[in-house]
Design a protein around this ligand. Structure first.
Ligand code: ADE
Length: 226
């Protein structure tokens, strides 16, 4: 998969993709993330990318010309399955959305800043709008990093143990069960005996029960979903 990201702050996105799982995904040739500085398409000698909003009001709005030029130059090189705008008024990111996006070949992500982006960019180029939650960030970059991380780990072959992504919380609308590692006892706190029993069937049943119990107490809304 290839993910292109348009941003005025590429520095914010450089580090997240250079570590751990996403770094490995890149080394394995499974995920390439390319950052594009919107300012390279800015207007005039100041490379302007934002301007005052029509109708008045505080806050600058990202202009359509630089964004359109940047998007068009990328679309001339490949077809994008989705052009995604990160915005607090988009659909809330879920495991279902990440699963769906992880099957695509080419994604283009647009990070907004300031007061927002000219609505015509959304009307003309954007095919999907995603929020990472009901709170406002200063820009779309951190939200884009969250989205890419959640998609990247689902691409087949990225995780060493392919089954591991399937047992994540939310993958089947249940929260994941508790996990333990050595030592088997710490300060009098013991790992549940069943996990040391070697009985795979019983362990699986215990984990399932724990998942249900945890979901009932922490996120009962998940159990009511279709
Ligand atoms: N940009 C600003 N806030 C955001 C949010 N909550 N989700 C996605 N993009 C954003």
């Amino acid at each position: 998969m290839r993910i292109d990201i348009i941003t005025v702050m590429p520095e914010l996105l450089e580090s997240p993709f250079q570590h751990s799982i996403l770094k490995r995904a890149n080394e394995k040739g499974l995920l390439q993330v390319h950052l594009h500085q919107l300012r390279d398409f800015g207007l005039g000698k100041h490379r302007q990318v934002d301007d005052y909003q029509y109708g008045g009001g505080a806050g600058l709005v990202m202009m359509i010309e630089p964004m359109a030029a940047c998007i068009k130059s990328l679309q001339a090189q490949r077809n994008y399955d989705e052009v995604i705008f990160m915005t607090p008024d988009g659909a809330t990111l879920s495991q279902t959305i990440s699963n769906e996006l992880s099957l695509y070949e080419n994604l283009l992500i647009i990070c907004g800043h300031y007061k927002g982006i000219d609505e015509r960019i959304r009307d003309k180029y954007v095919t999907r709008e995603i929020s990472i939650g009901d709170f406002v960030l200063s820009g779309g970059e951190l939200a884009a990093a969250v989205l890419v991380d959640s998609i990247g780990r689902l691409i087949p072959g990225v995780l060493n143990d392919g089954s591991s992504a399937l047992t994540d919380s939310f993958q089947d609308d249940l929260l994941a069960p508790p996990v333990y590692t050595r030592p088997s006892e710490f300060d009098g706190m013991k790992v549940p005996d069943i996990l040391l029993s070697g009985n795979d069937g019983k362990i699986e049943a215990w984990r399932y029960e724990q998942s249900i119990a945890r979901t009932k107490t922490r996120r009962p809304d998940l159990l009511d979903r279709e």
